[in-house]
Design a protein around this ligand. Structure first.
Ligand SMILES: *[C@@H]1O[C@H](CO)[C@@H](O)[C@H](O)[C@H]1NC(C)=O
Ligand SMILES: *[C@@H]1O[C@H](CO)[C@@H](O)[C@H](O)[C@H]1NC(C)=O
Ligand SMILES: *[C@@H]1O[C@H](CO)[C@@H](O)[C@H](O)[C@H]1NC(C)=O
Ligand SMILES: *[C@@H]1O[C@H](CO)[C@@H](O)[C@H](O)[C@H]1NC(C)=O
Ligand SMILES: *[C@@H]1O[C@H](CO)[C@@H](O)[C@H](O)[C@H]1NC(C)=O
Ligand SMILES: *[C@@H]1O[C@H](CO)[C@@H](O)[C@H](O)[C@H]1NC(C)=O
Length: 527
């Protein structure tokens, strides 16, 4: 896909949206103790304060890690319990092996890629000695399928190649690229020394000047920026459909731009979940897998929260919920659940398979029988908008060789892909097949409101960030923010120290030298 220049990380001079760490006064959702009946008459202080983290995916595992950073930096004395109903660490980041044979290269079933601008994932893979591998996405040919015909094939990215320029002109690809680059430049401000803290994602969005992005569809926004309808409904939509299963006219523009930034992509050899395993390993948390949390309720006559599971109940000073609330089925007080807006998810069918067919069947793609269709096929909804047939999948990609002469393929679709369909599309040469359905990512229509970050005193919600941007990385950013809030509220501290930033002098003239030095700085790791 596109080569994102911004990934080289020229941290822009004025990213420092100063946000004094006196967070209380910024609360939009005033959550006082009175929202929930309890008295503070008989405070019970547990021997060492305990924090519960619900969810062992990117958000929960990193939350435990951030807390442990405070523990190792200045001796914060807390115990951490992490719960997950699954029997593995990683949440929506997990792998499977072709033929269940662990000697063959694993395939990411869920979250697959991160980019260099994703500084937490990048840094974690460096520090944890995990091997990154590039997703070769510049070299191979890509096609764009509209359900009836391959409308375009290209190689070497979304921008700058003669073929792309010939079809779409110069302005649209260039302008889109510039908009994505500008977004990434701002995004990396989230790792600067002056990284903002937020109790309301809408506030962060407006500080970053992203309200227009989240309140417009990708189509509306880019049209308004002078990008051609054709470019948006073809290449941009190909990206939003493969990354989030949503069309350009539906998904908000911030997430749409993130889909386009999914370039220069990397993954961890052996599986991205290893980063999350390491987060937990290093946090020294007690990890309770295969443990469904039934309820999180305030403990009478205390400030504590009681977390109940099938195995019993435990009281906590604070709780971090790092799973999509409505998919957990956890009982919480109405005063809390009423604040969390319903969040539909895209129900995605993932079909993994191996095939000895070097190319998909050209006949399926309405090509001559001697043609070689692209082995990465993105899709556009434009055919449907013009009254045509809907593509039967969102994307179809040859990932690489499972073993000599046999390729692994990943297909995303809205409906189940039948065996008969697979036989047809892969010329009768299908080996292993694996199907998985899951609520892969949130539906992301334009919005200006987001779930509360702080649900109540001592109760925080990492996935409040997901309707804004939904990626592994942004879960680690949201958890960092949540842990900073929690440490500030409960321990008068923060990941980087007792007071993080109360400077109200806006350094609006950072020199380029200073900027360069800060390239490697990652807030939360380097303090
Ligand atoms: C697993 O794959 C390896 C490498 O191709 C092969 O040598 C081995 O026989 C396979 N194991 C099984 C149980 O099929
Ligand atoms: C990192 O991995 C390499 C190769 O597996 C190993 O030689 C090296 O000792 C590891 N370093 C650390 C710090 O674990
Ligand atoms: C890790 O946890 C164990 C028991 O849970 C405890 O004995 C040990 O001191 C902890 N280590 C650190 C570095 O906190
Ligand atoms: C998970 O829990 C269920 C029911 O309690 C049990 O049957 C199953 O064996 C457990 N799985 C693992 C991997 O612990
Ligand atoms: C930004 O720079 C201008 C010019 O030096 C200065 O007047 C202004 O106070 C600065 N802004 C802030 C917030 O410090
Ligand atoms: C910003 O810094 C540059 C170089 O140090 C200086 O020339 C310029 O006048 C400064 N601008 C402001 C607004 O302070």
């Amino acid at each position: 896909m596109m080569k994102c220049v911004a990934l080289i990380l020229l941290v822009p001079a004025v990213l420092s949206f100063e946000y004094p760490f006196l967070i209380q006064k910024f609360f939009k959702h005033k959550v006082s103790a009175s929202t929930i009946e309890r008295t503070d008459a008989a405070p019970e202080i547990p021997v060492a304060p305990r924090i519960a983290v619900i969810g062992a995916g990117a958000g929960g595992s990193s939350a435990a890690f951030w807390i442990s950073k405070a523990r190792s930096r200045f001796g914060l004395n807390v115990e951490i319990d992490v719960y997950d109903r699954s029997d593995y660490i990683g949440g929506r980041s997990t792998t499977v092996y072709p033929y269940e044979n662990v000697s063959l290269p694993e395939i990411e079933l869920g979250a697959s890629i991160f980019v260099k601008a994703n500084k937490n994932m990048w840094r974690a893979s460096d520090e944890f000695n995990l091997t990154r591998r590039d997703f070769q996405d510049g070299g191979s040919e890509m096609g764009l399928w509209d359900g009836e015909k391959v409308v375009f094939t290209f190689e070497g990215g979304f921008w700058g190649t003669a073929k792309v320029l010939w079809r779409y002109g110069f302005t649209s690809p260039k302008r889109t690229q510039d908009i994505v680059d500008a977004m990434i430049k701002k995004f990396v401000g989230l790792y600067s020394k002056e990284a903002p803290k937020w109790d309301d994602v809408a506030h962060l969005s407006s500080m970053y000047g992203w309200t227009e992005l989240t309140s417009s569809s990708t189509m509306e926004y880019l049209l308004h920026q002078g990008v051609s309808r054709r470019y948006i409904s073809e290449l941009v939509e190909g990206a939003t459909r493969v990354n989030y299963g949503q069309n350009a006219g539906y998904i908000h523009a911030l997430e749409g731009l993130c889909s386009l930034a999914a370039t220069g992509a990397s993954g961890i050899k052996g599986g991205n979940f290893q980063v999350f395993e390491q987060f937990l390993e290093r946090s020294n948390a007690s990890v309770h897998l295969n443990t469904t949390v039934d309820s999180i309720l305030p403990k009478a006559n205390s400030k504590l929260w009681t977390v109940a599971t099938g195995q019993g109940a435990q009281d906590y000073t604070a709780v971090i919920l790092a799973a999509p609330f409505y998919s957990t089925g956890i009982t919480v007080p109405h005063a809390i659940s009423d604040q969390i807006p319903a969040q539909p998810y895209v129900h995605l069918h993932v079909t993994l398979l191996t095939t000895t067919s070097e190319y998909p069947n050209p006949t399926y793609f309405a090509m001559s029988s001697s043609a070689k269709p692209a082995r990465t096929m993105l899709t556009t909804y434009e055919g449907v908008r013009k009254g045509g047939k809907e593509p039967e999948f969102n994307s179809l990609s040859y990932l690489g060789l499972a073993r000599p002469g046999e390729w692994t393929v990943k297909i995303f679709s809205k409906e189940r892909i039948s065996d008969k369909w697979l036989r047809n599309v892969f010329n009768g040469k299908v080996g292993w097949v694996f199907r998985k359905e899951w609520d892969a990512y949130p539906k992301l229509p334009p919005t200006t409101t987001f779930p509360p970050v702080k649900l109540d005193q001592g109760f925080y919600y990492v996935n409040s960030f997901e309707p804004f941007i939904s990626t592994m990385e942004t879960e680690t950013i949201s958890s960092r923010n949540v842990v900073d809030l929690l440490l500030n509220d409960e321990f008068n501290s923060g990941i980087c120290g007792p007071r993080i930033s109360d400077s109200d002098s806006k350094d609006n003239n950072t020199t380029s030298e200073a900027t360069k030095d800060e390239d490697d700085y990652v807030y939360g790791w380097d303090c």
